[in-house]
Design a protein around this ligand. Sequence first.
Ligand SMILES: Cc1cc2nc3c(=O)[nH]c(=O)nc-3n(C[C@H](O)[C@H](O)[C@H](O)COP(=O)(O)OP(=O)(O)OC[C@H]3O[C@@H](n4cnc5c(N)ncnc54)[C@H](O)[C@@H]3O)c2cc1C
Length: 413
Amino acid sequence: MAVADIAPSERVRAYTERFRTFLDTEVAELETELARQSAGTASGPKFDEQGRMHPAVWQARREVQRRSAALGLYAPHSGTAAGGGGFDRVEMHHVEEFVYRHSGLGLGLAALAWTEGPNPAIEHCSPAMREQYLAPLMAGKITAAFCNTEIGAGSDVLRMATHATRDGDDWVINGSKGWITNSHFADVLQVVAVTDPGAGTRSLSMFLIDADAPGVSRGADLPTTMADGLTGTLEFRDVRVPAENVVGEVGDGFGLAMSWINWRRLCRGGMCAGWGAWLLERAVDYARQREVGGKPIAAQQAVQHMLADMDADIYQARSTSLVAQAELDVLGPYGTPLHRDAPRLISLVKVINDEAFFRVADTAIQVRGAVGLVQDSPEEKLFRVARNLRIPAGTSEIQRNAIARGLLKATAA
Ligand SMILES: Cc1cc2nc3c(=O)[nH]c(=O)nc-3n(C[C@H](O)[C@H](O)[C@H](O)COP(=O)(O)OP(=O)(O)OC[C@H]3O[C@@H](n4cnc5c(N)ncnc54)[C@H](O)[C@@H]3O)c2cc1C
């Protein structure tokens, strides 16, 4: 693989220039407006009485999404047929790295579709659903939630209990989902449910359900270490949807859920590289200016080694991401079915980046001493984010299982 294969393309450079202007102008203004409302910040919001993100913070994020979509910045990862940019995974690594590096923990992060936005799975929806949900999602007019996990079934997805039964031309869905990001605010729910019990990876299907449909109810916030007021439960009691709300074909649910999850796994490369570079730059600046015993701590070899360790972690995790994502661009990162060599590469990106970033965030605090522990400072918040990353979209243990499966399959062949 030549270095040119993993360098930012011309259209990535054009995209990031436009994104930078958007951040410096419109997002900066919205951030100033938000600061006047005493509602908290994008990364440290206040909450309503149910523990949900303060409505003013949610609305500020929504405004960023709508404007970003209008400028064509919101969904570079989505296919061109859906109205997205059609960027490949190497391009998206660079986009994500740029966005996380330059937005830090600000409102700008909302400008690039995250879990509440368009995703590879929903692109498989029917023409009617394209009009009803995909087009407004692409335009930032509505948001989605991916409803896969249940309180009783996380890593073991195939043991989920939520089920859909056929009734004439409709499907009737019953069950509940837990730990769902954006459950409080989503307009459309991408729900994975059992349609053919006992059929293994063909037992599940994905449905698009209007969040205001009769029979859908939203629970209170499930507060986590993220402290973002965005995670909760959803209940489905005899929720009726027509057959056109099935995404892909009946039985495709497991593959589609994996394409959503793999999208989030791959985003870890640019995210950890971007935030890692931000933390490292802040650590270098701090070490240069903080004096202890009459000289900057940067003069201490122990502190220099902390900076070097951060750099080593960021460099190796970023390199893994770029090389693996270039390989995945050849194999197809979201295929249903997925190429047999893809799961190992995807899991390598996730586990190496999540674990490297956790060490980086931990060291970033150590370099600053007590100042690093100040609540809601960038270092303290990103330490909590880094701790979180090792669980959603598949735990580190589940990634190791996938890597080992890939190795054992390869040697058996
Ligand atoms: C902040 C946050 C946001 C989330 N957002 C969403 C969302 O939007 N949509 C959604 O569907 N889900 C979401 N999740 C759920 C998330 O994907 C699950 O928490 C995750 O898949 C792990 O499942 P679990 O929590 O049930 O852990 P469990 O499956 O109970 O695992 C517990 C422990 O056992 C280990 N373990 C389990 N099985 C194995 C195995 N086979 N081999 C080795 N170790 C194993 C795990 O690694 C872990 O250490 C979110 C979670 C959080 C915390």
